[in-house]
Structure formats: C-alpha cells, structure tokens
Design a binder for this molecule. Structure first.
Ligand code: APR
Length: 257
C-alpha cells in the first residue's frame, strides 16, 4: 500500500489540474450507507420502485419513495464530514484542485470546507425539495419534519403540486449544466482521482474514462474492485479516509518516492 500511496503523491505533484470524483463510498465513514455494498440502500430497497416516471405517475409510488427518503435522510442529517472529505479540502489548498465532481447528495464536501463553486453535484442534492409545478423550494429539514409528523406524501403548500427532493432519480434527466461542465473539465484535467464509487451508474461513470481518453492519469481509490480498475494508473483497494489521509501526509511531507 505504501508504494501505491507514494505513486499517487508523485502523480499529484506532477499535476496542475486535478479532479476528484466521488461516490457514496466517500461518505460511509460518516455513517451514510452506500448503495450497492452489503447493507447498502439498494440491498434494502428495490431501485426499480424509485424511477422518476413511477414517482410522477402514482400517489402509491410517491408514498413508497417518501418512506425510503424519510429513512435515507436521517443519516445524512446527522452525518459529519470524515477524513476523506477533509483531505479533499487540503488538496484544494495546494492550488492543484480543478473541481470535485460528486455523485453524492449529502453536501458533505461543502460542509468539510470545499469551496461550493468547486463542487459539481451531478446527482443533485438532498438538502432541498422543490415543487414540480410552481418550483417553490423548501429546506429538506422542513419536509422531514412533516414526514416525521406522519405526512405520507408531502404536497406543495402553495399550489398543491408534487414535491420531490432536488436529487436526480433513475430515469430523470441529468442536470445539463453540471453534466456538460463535468465532461468538459474531465477533458481538460491531467489527473482524475476516483474515491468511493462502484462506477456502474451512467453517465457519471463515463467521466473518469473521458479524462483518461483525453490524456489524463486515472487513480481509483475504492474498497472493492470496479469495472474501470484496468484503465487506472494506480488502484488502491482500501478505506477512503485512511488512504486520502496518507496521500495528503505524503504530499505535505515533501518526501520523494
Ligand atoms: N472507502 C472506500 N471505498 C468504499 C468505502 C470506504 N469507506 N465504503 C464503500 N466503498 C466503496 C464500495 O466498495 C463501493 O464500490 O464505494 C463504492 C460505492 O458504490 P455504490 O454504492 O454503487 O455508490 P455510487 O458509485 O456512488 O453509486 C452511484 O448510484 O444509486 C445511484 O444515484 C445513486 O449516486 C448514486 C449512484
């Protein structure tokens, strides 16, 4: 592991424009379950039930969605950034970080101190809810309090419209600006570091490959193997917090491989 850590330190040193690409695995050490690991969200719930088309087409689907969301939001609400999030803040301070592209909706990069303008939330955010009719926006906390008081399907208190968290559901259109900017920046970086993603969900999972095909070096830090491991310059199968801590220590210590 130490040798792999040093190789990543060297790659960061040689780079001017580094992108950090994160998934749910960067937040499990903050107590938020990921999706596809044993005990993950999709081991408890069937993702087929949460497609956008189902959500907007039936009250029953919305009730099922909000039941899952009410449970999923609690660990997000109480979570604190962990060592991996803090390491990304440290990387930003080196001036080499171009941006953080995250699939996460937990706002933990920003809460750790990453500059909000450097964080691209590809799958939206869980901290706000919008009416799909009048676009009124609510803090998630408010809607969570409705749900905890027994409301089964929250409705807009202005127009009666359907309320939905500002996250991107399966089958829902990706946010155009965030998606376009992520691919554009991936084409212009010289190093992309994946932290905690199985890299199975598209189009997000194509972003690291876009960077590599544009000449950037690819590093993957993930507890389990991913389908993209063979494309990476360095692959570290280990815990995000510890690995990122050691990489930043190596970078700061100035020791060479
Ligand atoms: N350190 C390193 N890796 C970890 C850790 C950890 N502490 N905990 C989990 N992992 C790894 C797991 O091995 C797994 O491969 O993180 C990965 C998380 O993968 P997924 O659960 O598939 O999450 P993600 O890749 O973010 O999913 C993408 O799918 O369900 C949708 O919209 C949702 O944004 C999400 C998207």
């Amino acid at each position: 592991m130490e040798e792999l850590i040093q190789r990543v330190v060297e790659l960061i040193r040689q780079s001017k424009k580094v992108i950090v690409f994160t998934g749910a695995g960067v937040s499990t050490e903050s107590g938020i379950p990921d999706f596809r690991s044993p005990g993950g969200v999709w081991h408890k719930y069937n993702p087929e039930d949460f497609y956008y088309q189902k959500f907007i087409s039936s009250e029953e689907s919305r009730e099922k969605y909000w039941q899952m969301s009410r449970e999923f939001y609690e660990p997000i609400k109480s979570a604190q950034p962990n060592a991996a999030h803090r390491a990304v803040v440290e990387l930003e301070k080196t001036g080499k970080l171009d941006c953080v592209i995250t699939q996460n909706v937990d706002n933990l990069h920003q809460r750790a101190g990453s500059s909000p303008e450097k964080v691209i939330e590809l799958h939206g955010t869980a901290v706000s809810v919008s009416c799909l009719t009048c676009r009124k926006k609510y803090p998630r906390e408010e809607i969570q309090s409705w749900l905890l008081r027994g409301v089964r399907v929250p409705k807009c208190d202005t127009c009666g419209g359907i309320l939905k968290p500002d996250t991107v559901s399966f089958g829902q259109a990706m946010p155009p600006r965030e998606t376009e900017e992520s691919f554009r920046r991936a084409r212009n970086c010289d190093l992309l570091i994946v932290i905690g993603s199985s890299l199975v969900v598209q189009p997000a999972a194509s972003i690291p490959l876009e960077a590599r095909e544009s000449g950037a070096k690819l590093v993957i830090i993930n507890r389990d193997p991913t389908y993209h491991d063979s494309y990476a310059e360095v692959v570290i199968h280990g815990p995000a917090g510890e690995v990122m801590d050691r990489i930043m220590d190596g970078l700061k210590s100035g020791n060479r491989a």
